[in-house]
Design a protein around this ligand. Structure first.
Ligand code: LLP
Length: 385
């Protein structure tokens, strides 16, 4: 059943590895997001470009009316080239370089999410030189832990991101006093691959406390950007291919006080399920204690398993043979070039197509040319351009 979802006859003429994108699933996902917030016209979802900056996917997301969340000058350029409107672009990052600030100012992006007082001063000065007023939100470090991989939490006091929530008032006052800055609101992000919605509930409570403290001090808070982080089901990619956006947004509808405009920055939950890394078995090798399926994709194509010990479901699309257990490994000269250990697959043979599922987010965008390997290509279910 599952194997039928992939056009193997089309694949057989293509060089592997490549990312295969189901843009039909992406369309369904984008619709589900829109439907879940249809009753909140002042809410806006900014797709987190870092999850996947493939130009075709970006263009599809832009056409669906989403904004873009960027973390570099390059991402701003990619978003503009794909058709996102500059006022719908928000720009975060702890280390914005001068050229990136200038590029964003000149493009007229909608919001700078500022992560420190030092950065605020530099942005204000560069905007003033250009005779511009810059719309700014301050990124607050809410000191909230998320139940996720330790490498991808961001909202703890020990993380480098944002302004510690107790210090934010002083920085807002500084922003309010700068003539080239327009203070618009607050920005938060607590981490990624969060499946426990109570983490978002904790974020809402923190935001409510902070906003009421600021309001008591007569400091106006315009809108709130709650970041991204909604997780997906890596273990069972066919179970909920479209994440439960309704339940996710319901947390904010229920808990955030004050009905102010909200911004979201979802990445993984939008693009992860629609992408699969397709690779072929090069060799099956009998090890001392285990059998290896050596595939032609490597950690340079998909680094998540090597970098975070992240799990991706692996399937043999070409075989109905009896199940066997393999370590699925790549050709890169590193012991960590492993996609999965003890993976149960239908018997593997040289040339079989292997699917590494849920790889649409932080797959292609984190690929490198390590070992002088070419960057992976991308293939689409249909031409939607
Ligand atoms: N907003 C900010 C400020 C972020 O730092 C991130 C992700 C997002 C939004 C989007 O989060 P998402 O909805 O995708 O969870 N490379 C790692 C994930 C790093 C996430 C970095 N920040 C991985 O492969 O799991």
């Amino acid at each position: 059943m599952l194997k039928g979802r992939y056009p193997l006859d089309r694949f057989s003429g293509l060089r592997t590895p490549f990312y295969y994108y189901d843009t039909g699933l992406l369309a369904e996902t984008l619709e589900a997001v829109g439907a879940a917030i249809a009753d909140r016209p002042s809410w806006k979802v900014h797709y987190a470009v870092k999850a996947n900056h493939n130009p075709r996917l970006l263009a599809q997301v832009a056409r669906a009316g989403f904004g873009a969340d960027c973390v570099s000058g390059g991402e701003i350029q990619a978003a503009l080239a794909a058709g996102f409107h500059a006022p719908d672009i928000v720009y975060a990052g702890v280390g914005k370089a001068d050229w990136e600030i200038d590029l964003a100012l000149e493009a007229g992006i909608g919001r700078f999410n500022v992560e420190s007082a030092a950065e605020l001063r530099v942005i204000a000065e560069r905007a003033a030189t250009k005779g511009l007023t810059v719309p700014v939100s301050l990124r607050v470090n809410p000191d909230i832990g998320a139940h996720t991989l330790s490498g991808i939490t961001t909202g703890l006091a020990e993380n480098k991101f944002g302004i510690y929530h107790r210090d934010v008032e002083a920085v807002i006052r500084e922003a309010l006093a700068l003539p080239s800055v327009h203070f618009e609101g607050l920005h938060f992000h607590i981490g990624s691959q969060i499946l426990d919605l109570s983490d978002f509930a904790a974020l809402c409570n923190r935001i409510n406390d902070l906003v009421s403290r600021l309001e008591r001090l007569r400091i106006p808070v315009g809108d709130i950007n709650v970041g991204g982080g909604l997780g997906i089901e890596y273990e069972h990619p066919n179970h909920l291919p479209v994440a439960d956006f309704k339940a996710y947004f319901a947390v904010f509808k229920r808990l955030l006080q004050g009905r102010r405009p909200l911004h979201f920055e979802l990445g993984r939950s939008i693009v992860a399920p629609c992408g699969t890394l397709i690779t072929r078995v090069l060799y099956v090798k009998e090890g001392v204690s285990r059998e290896f399926a050596i595939v032609d994709a490597g950690m340079n194509d998909l680094v998540r398993p090597a970098l975070y010990h992240a799990f991706h479901r692996i399937e043999n699309l070409s075989s109905d043979g009896p199940e066997r257990t393999y370590d699925v490994v790549g050709p890169v000269c590193e012991s960590s070039d492993v996609f999965g250990k003890g993976v149960v697959l239908n018997e593997c043979h040289r040339g079989d197509f292997i699917a590494i599922r849920s790889a649409g987010a932080y797959g292609e965008s984190m690929a490198s040319q390590y070992n002088c390997r070419p960057l992976p290509a991308s293939v689409f279910d249909v031409d939607r351009d």
